[in-house]
Ligand binder design. Structure first.
Ligand SMILES: Cc1ncc(COP(=O)(O)O)c(C=O)c1O
Length: 441
């Protein structure tokens, strides 16, 4: 059998492209880079070219590439036990859940483990359906409608594209799962008006990631929590992209409303991406509060009601726990918050005519561009997506970033990024933006 690593010889971008084109479903728009190895915030391609990775696998590599703690945890656990079934008492699952409940959430509840963000959100959606059956409408019919928000992104499974309020992810997949109502983000009046007898939950990203880094206002989160209490709805937060320190706190909504808020307490939270630092795992936390007079919300998904073979296997749980402990011990939530503030301040100081805004929290940052000015840049080709044009220019200069929608470019470095790496990345970014549009004299 051929050595799989030898399939793509150094410099043979074309060979990699050809294999992908011939044998892999063309569902991703891929850039012209064949990654070979990474260390911390650095990534090298097959040609040996070095990049600063401020895309982080789309907010995944919280500790950078191949961090020592993850390599050690993978090795040690792999030597003991990689997989076994949820038919047994998986000790690592209990340890990871304890950390999430006590440290990440600091709120009583229980966890369910899966393998991705979409699956974690499926868990929240199924929880809402169960809750709607347990607490039905006055006529006895289950409540089932979930309110989600324009520009949201909740995943690519059938339920989660139904939940996602972006037309582009739904195209060609009808009929979708019914029971999702989409309203404008941060519009309290629209949210209030969308609630009916059928409504059972509100699902939102406290900071919308894929939709272009849109931050919920504190008033909006307070109002959503208030409406949930008033109408007996579940408040569900999708923290798949914004959670686990990415936005300067374990929980991104606490960055927004403050970590002592006693009013904004979700009933369910989903995570994936950064919680595994690159190892596939998804997680759900469900609050320990009464669902009915005889069952707690966190016990509603009872035996046989939900599950997945790989979910919470010993290897994934051991690695995720190592990632969380490292974030905790190195105070990386604080580091993320401070580094993000510094980056935003520096970018604003450039006064680049290309940029309309820089926004976000912690190291979940978006630079929004003026489309019409990007179209004046040297090398612009009509028909190009504006954000992708900028991402490519930055990549050519040695900085990896990620697009979010047509006009926003995300900066998502590891939470332990150094000042020096930030300085180098921002110098590259500044230089590229200046070459595309010199500042007004
Ligand atoms: C907020 C949010 N939810 C869910 C998902 C889906 O996660 P996954 O790709 O792991 O299924 C994503 C992925 O980008 C996301 O950003």
């Amino acid at each position: 059998m051929n050595d799989p690593l030898a399939i793509v010889a150094p410099g043979k971008v074309e060979q990699a492209q050809q294999l992908l084109a011939q044998y892999v479903v063309p569902n991703y728009g891929r850039l012209n880079l064949v990654p070979e190895r990474g260390q911390g915030a650095l990534l090298w391609d097959q040609a040996g070219r070095q990049y600063l990775d401020f895309g982080g696998g789309v907010a995944v590599t919280s500790l950078g590439h191949c961090p020592e703690v993850m390599v050690r945890a993978i090795n040690e656990q792999a030597k003991k036990l990689i997989h076994c079934s949820n038919w047994y008492q998986i000790a690592e699952q209990g340890q990871l859940a304890k950390f999430i409940v006590e440290t990440v959430m600091d709120e009583a509840g229980k966890c369910f483990f899966c393998n991705s963000g979409a699956e974690a959100n499926e868990g929240l959606i199924k929880l809402a359906r169960k809750f709607g059956h347990a607490r039905p409408q006055n006529d006895g019919a289950p409540r089932h409608e979930i309110i989600t928000f324009h520009q949201s992104f909740h995943g690519r499974t059938m339920a989660t594209i139904s939940a996602t309020a972006q037309q582009k992810v739904k195209e060609g997949f009808a009929p979708l799962l019914e029971g999702f109502v989409h309203v404008d983000f941060n519009d309290i009046g629209a949210l209030r008006a969308a609630i009916s007898d059928r409504t059972v939950a509100i699902l939102l990203e406290p900071i919308q990631g894929e939709g272009g880094i849109h931050v919920a206002t504190p008033e909006f989160l307070e109002a959503a929590a208030d409406l949930c209490r008033k109408h007996d709805l579940l408040l569900l937060f999708d923290e798949v992209q914004s959670g686990i320190g990415r936005a300067g706190h374990w929980c991104s909504w606490k960055t927004i409303v403050g970590d002592r808020s006693t009013t904004v307490i979700p009933d369910g939270v989903s995570w994936a991406k950064g919680i595994g630092g690159g190892f596939p795992i998804g997680a759900v936390w469900i609050r320990d509060r009464a669902a009915t007079s005889h069952i707690q919300l966190c016990d509603l998904l009872g035996v046989g009601s939900h599950g997945t073979t790989y979910g919470g296997n010993p290897l994934a749980c051991a690695v995720a726990l190592a990632v969380l402990q490292e974030i905790d011990q190195k105070n990386l939530c604080d580091r993320s918050r401070d580094a993000g503030e510094q980056i935003q301040k520096t970018i604003r100081s450039w006064n680049s005519p290309l940029l309309s805004e820089v926004r976000g929290h912690g190291l979940l940052l978006g630079m929004e561009f003026h489309s019409e000015r990007v179209e004046q840049a040297p090398g612009w080709q009509p028909g190009t997506v504006h954000s992708i044009f900028i991402v490519k220019k930055l990549m050519e200069a040695g900085l990896l970033t990620v697009a979010a929608g047509p006009r926003v470019v995300r900066l998502l470095p590891p939470l332990n990024v150094t000042d020096e790496e930030i300085h180098t990345a921002l110098s590259i970014c500044h230089r590229v933006l200046q070459s595309l549009a010199p500042p007004a004299p």
